[in-house]
Design a protein around this ligand. Sequence first.
Ligand SMILES: [Zn+2]
Length: 342
Amino acid sequence: MEHKLLKKNGKWICEVCRQQWKGKPRAACPGIPVRESFSPSQRLSLKTEYELADKNLRPTGAPAACFRCNSRWDLLYWESETEFVEPNLPRIYSWENRPQNLCTSYKLYKYNRRPERPLGCIRHNGSWIFLYDLEQCPIDDPSLPPYCEYGAAPKLKTRSQLKKQNLAPGDAQPRGFFRSWDKRYEDWDTILLWHPDDCQWEPPDSFICKATLRSRYLLSESWIRRLGEPDKYTSNPHHEYFAPMHLYSRQRVEAFLAENVEEYCGWLDKREGYVAIFEANREAIEEGRDRYLEARKRRSLQQRDCLKCASGCATSQGFLCAVHPLGLEDWQIPCVDFCLKN
Ligand SMILES: [Zn+2]
């Protein structure tokens, strides 16, 4: 648009934009009055489009004035000549003055709440962020247990904490959860929490060779055959041309022995009779055969219980009890700490 120029007191003045020059201007006319300075009350009622949008308003009238902002013209509108952009927008807050009980949908998700009925909003980078009252929002995922702030319930454990205690949740229902921010994937991580009382004893599995089956579990060839195929084959560490090692899952071996516990104890008993016949005779002579047999029977029954007990597990030192790692004395049988597995 061309300026509408007048010459007055040696200066060029545009009737439209009201700018003044000593020489004839070359720049185009913005078409509306240019204001380089404002009285405070004028500046309060004249707004740019961005300032209006931050208040959920858009101009309905023509621009009232403009000012130069860097290389372009910024238009100013009367705030009285505007309409709402979104008629049903809730109350507008800033990050600083928002009420403490209101939070964003982002935070709602952390607490497993679904956004419903915003009670406020904040203008952020040209769009609206809505604010909700956490207490008034419904549960988002009903399959999740109650929210439990990290560290608020030290008795509840994560899956990895349970693993360190040789426990596994299995089918147990989690009793709580929390969410933590995963910086790498820029998303919330949902972490479930279980009570150790609900979990199963699950020592980490290891693999044992045939020699260990014979020495630690005192299994014969026919017992080993009954175990079935080995779980793993590895090359023999002693010589590359030797046959591969047959490895058995310790958990599977122990589960098998627990399933056949009566028969297994009978076998141990019989085998003990073969390998320690001298010892048995000596004790029988010294302590009296009846007492010996009674003690042996009690020990055999205890051994059966130990295999079924939640405190028992096999280690490289043999079958070990977490409560009585040194084994039981005769007077401690039957064990008062017996607790059935699972
Ligand atoms: Zn002009």
